[in-house]
Design a protein around this ligand. Structure first.
Ligand SMILES: Cc1ncc(COP(=O)(O)O)c(C=O)c1O
Length: 384
């Protein structure tokens, strides 16, 4: 089946006015996501508290998220953010036994380092895996650190600074051989790439709906492999995490038998409306097709940047990068502002301008970005 990406693009009104290369921060808004927000307002105005519909929306997000990750709905907790998912997971772990180590990488988004460091008070020892001299993290570096004292390897799939992809399947193989579990933070990948939790064999996955999943802020997910749910009892809990939400029992904690035990209070209802609509677009388009298109656009971007003498720091190997092209600049903030004046929306981290690409971007977007970069090279090029 060929996908009409031009028709899909027309559903994102922002793209008529901007060259939008910022989906790794937050996505452009689709027509149906806007309609979903409006439907929430209509429901509130017409019906007031529409509890049954709210619950249905939360369950629809759970089911759609399971579809994207290729797992079952019972393995998904709908959370308020990626951080909330990581915190709920951390609260179910015990760091007083022989496995106290949590292995993370130097590529983590801050939240996936800070939350694990916060567990030090409860006995956790956080160990960082550094990059190699070429700036990327090979499997050997994990091999040196994951051992019989490791409880969890908690790593990002794609680095938010440079777009490099970690070998999650390889890391998981290694971790499992050594009796450790793996949590992948797939926020910089999911929606723009296929993230098949079973194929990767990870035990846990977290992310949110603000970026490539086309939804909004204030909603995320935690995947927990079904066999592990029963043995993990989060102390981060609440009434929506209970087996029977309507029991209103204040005498005990009776966690749900499903991953819902990692939830807490009233779901982020308005965000569920938006997330459901965004996930629908991703599922209908298909992540394999999206990944292929995004890969070819990032490849084009990197090749053209090289041809203007301003190569990116993102790995050129198709299998080693996510949906991001990171370009070093001597003044990334200044370059970002200059591009914005030209209606080219990017973002910057450290010394890099980040062009983050989704299926709704076109070859013309990439060419416009690179042409603008060529004009700015003298003033903003890499540090010499
Ligand atoms: C890789 C990654 N993980 C986690 C987060 C933070 O997610 P949240 O704010 O939903 O906790 C981000 C946000 O940019 C991210 O890029």
């Amino acid at each position: 089946m060929t996908i009409d990406f031009d028709a899909l693009r027309r559903r994102f009104p922002l793209l008529e006015r901007k060259t939008y290369l910022n989906s790794g921060s937050y996505c452009a808004l689709a027509d149906t996501v806007r309609d979903a927000f409006n439907a929430y307002m209509d429901d509130r105005l017409a019906v007031g508290a529409n509890w049954d519909v709210w619950v249905t929306k939360n369950e629809a997000v759970r089911a759609a998220m399971a579809g994207v990750l290729r797992v079952t709905p019972d393995e998904i907790a709908v959370t308020a953010s990626a951080s909330a998912g990581i915190n709920a997971l951390a609260s179910a772990l015990d760091f007083t036994g022989p496995r106290r180590k949590v292995v993370i990488s130097d590529f983590e988004f801050p939240t996936n380092a800070q939350i694990w460091h916060a567990q030090a008070r409860l006995g956790a020892e956080v160990v960082h895996v550094p990059p190699a001299a070429d700036g990327h993290i090979p499997l050997e570096n994990f091999e040196r650190v994951i051992d019989e004292r490791t409880q969890l390897v908690a790593v990002t799939q794609v680095c938010f600074r440079n777009g490099a992809r970690l070998d999650i399947a390889g890391i998981t193989r290694l971790a499992h051989e050594r009796g450790a579990r793996v949590m992948v933070d797939c926020y910089q990948a999911i929606g723009a790439m296929t993230v098949d939790a079973r194929a990767l064999d990870v035990d846990f996955a977290v992310g949110g709906m603000l970026k490539y999943l086309l939804g909004t802020a204030g909603i995320g997910f935690l995947y927990v492999r079904s066999e592990l749910i029963g043995e993990l009892v989060p102390s981060h809990s609440g009434w929506f995490a209970q087996q029977d939400i309507s029991a209103m029992d204040i005498t005990a904690n009776r966690p749900s038998p499903s991953a819902r035990r990692f939830e807490a209070g009233t779901p982020p209802v308005v965000n569920c409306y938006a997330a459901e609509a965004g996930l629908k677009i991703i599922l209908e388009t298909g992540t394999d097709a999206i990944e292929e298109r995004v890969r070819s656009l990032t490849r084009r971007c990197m090749q053209r940047l090289t041809s203007i003498g301003w190569p990116s720091v993102t790995p050129a190997d198709d299998g080693r990068r996510g949906p991001m092209v990171a370009v070093p600049s001597r003044d990334a903030a200044g370059l970002f502002a200059r591009l914005l004046e030209q209606d080219i929306v990017t973002s910057f981290r450290d010394n890099n301008i980040r062009a983050t690409v989704h299926f709704y971007n076109s070859a013309a977007d990439i060419d416009r970005f690179v042409a603008a970069m060529a004009g700015h090279r003298g003033q903003f090029g890499p540090q010499t």
